[in-house]
Design a protein around this ligand. Sequence first.
Ligand code: NAD
Length: 537
Amino acid sequence: MHRPAETLMGLIAGNLRKAREIAHSDSHVPEQLKHYLQKALEVAVGLDPYLDAMATAKTASLEGWQLNVAGVETKVKPHKECASGYLKGQVLRMFVHMVGAKRILLIGRLKGYSILAMAEALPDDGKIILCAVEPYLEVKSQEASDYSSHVKQISVKVGPIADTLEELVAVGEHFDIVFIDAAQRNAVNYYNFVMDNHLLRMDGVICVENTLMKGQVYLENISDENILAVRNLNNVINSDPRVEQVILPMQGGMSVIRRMHCAVLLQKELVKDDVFWGYKRCHILDRLRLDGKVAYVTGGGQGIGRAFAHALGEAGAKVAIVDLVLAKAEVVAEELSLKGIKNMAMGADVSKPEDVQRILDAIVARWGTVHIACNNAGINMNSASEDTSLEEWDKTFNVNLRGLFLCCQAAGRIMLKQGYGKIINTASMASLIVPHPQKQLAYNASKAGVVKLTQTLGTEWIDRGVRVNCISPGIVDTPLIHSEDLKPLVQRWLTDIPAGKLAQVTDLQAAVVYLASEASDYMTGHNLAIEGGQSLW
Ligand code: NAD
């Protein structure tokens, strides 16, 4: 059974099919012409089903999705729209992911399945606002109705679209993706309104649906007003110097449009400096990216180091996870692999110079160099100072300070040679205050040493392109503080922390990315405390 002619290729196939029938019933038609008609028909008929089949299957959750409409369960039926709707749904879902969209505006009617496909791709705090003149998706009320599934919101605003758009501007709304149905009156006005009033965020995308009008829009001798209106809309967008567009021949045609703010602004007298363009033409968030960088994290097998490894990898770096216990490093490496982050796992004791040299050699052998050294491995032992054994002192210093020095030196040599590097050491709030009442003389002293070492290297190496900084976490909820000695103190600490809670490893992730990125290149020898205010009083 052939599909209904919802797509351009479907229309072409329909016409070819008719031509073939005529050709077959007319004995004067040469066999060769029939042969080529048949070949053209096969290509046309085969395309849409193949595209559908090769699009990742729809998720089960979209089958007859349940929406909660003002407290009433409403089922959005797949209808026959889904005969070709899955492909489009998959494309839209991709868009939402690629743009990193959180807020989507729909102007005009979009098919229920497409809306749900996008909603599914939104993060939990995402929102879709639909503006429609008529009640929509079986909503009877003229009032705005809220749909919710999970925590994602789909709001329908029924009424004159121009009024709704005015309201959205008035409340300062901003969208990552704006959909406009070209096959509605005033579509060109809505497009201009969105552009003129900044309803689209800086790097957002406008998608205009039905811009090919079933293949009619580019035909000559067209008098249909609706088709002419869409042709006009396409021309308006194409000649708008603020944007660039491409029309995809998907279903009725979909224009994808993005703002090129600089194209217009170039014509005006402006201060064209790095603040305007972005340093090295990068927006501030892009300057935090670590694409192409090589990093390692010691103590990366759990706790803070694991969070650092994920953060650096998410920001684009390749990450070597180094830990005393290889098995732990391998588990974290597997996690990174699942996220598509290039990684390697290595077992090493950072207090041993031969181990440190071995890991750096291995990283250089695999990835050519190292740009980001995260010296994070550390241990914490507790005893009253008068009882602290030399063994405890040496053990603590061997890992926390000697190990860190060895790593800084080995990584630093590579970085100094290439004239660029970022070293981020993990110190502790214990470098600033004496955490109380736990007794950890060796630990506190070793972490104060980490800060002084960081300041010294930061001063000595900055003019050769190597920045050395450290992060001083407050009390972080990791296995380190779940030792038998420290566990009973958690409640006590909570009263000492102005933030009223322990730090989570995720609270430290942005800092390591910032210190690893070129955005922090003028910062060196700094001790960045992240402790919920605990060291301030
Ligand atoms: P954690 O004990 O949860 O993890 C430390 C990791 O380091 C472990 O996987 C361990 O196997 C590894 N490691 C230990 N000795 C090593 C060695 N010699 N060579 C290589 N790897 C070794 O600790 P965490 O809480 O994630 O702490 C990480 C760093 O943060 C430490 O330097 C710690 O002093 C510091 N810090 C922790 C807290 C906290 O409250 N958890 C607070 C401030 C600073």
